[in-house]
Design a protein. Structure first.
Length: 73
């Protein structure tokens, strides 16, 4: 139970922490440069949020598979 609480706390802290990252392809970068600084920042944040779901799903499935394999050994 303690481990689940710790993992949940780390998950929440991961959302609260702000990390400077750029998630734009070359076409998106050109478009964002033309829009200016404010809309470009929102555009970049939107790309990061859209990328989170599939990557999070892959990580979740990978962890479940890894735990299942270790349990059978």
């Amino acid at each position: 139970m303690k481990r689940k609480i710790c993992m949940a706390a780390l998950f929440v802290l991961g959302f609260l922490g702000e990390v400077q990252s750029f998630a734009q392809c070359s076409i998106c970068t050109k478009t964002a440069q033309q829009l200016g600084d404010g809309p470009a920042r929102g555009f970049n944040t939107g790309i990061l949020y859209l990328a989170f779901l599939p990557l999070g799903l892959i990580a979740f499935l990978g962890i479940r598979w890894w735990r299942n394999e270790n349990k059978n050994s």
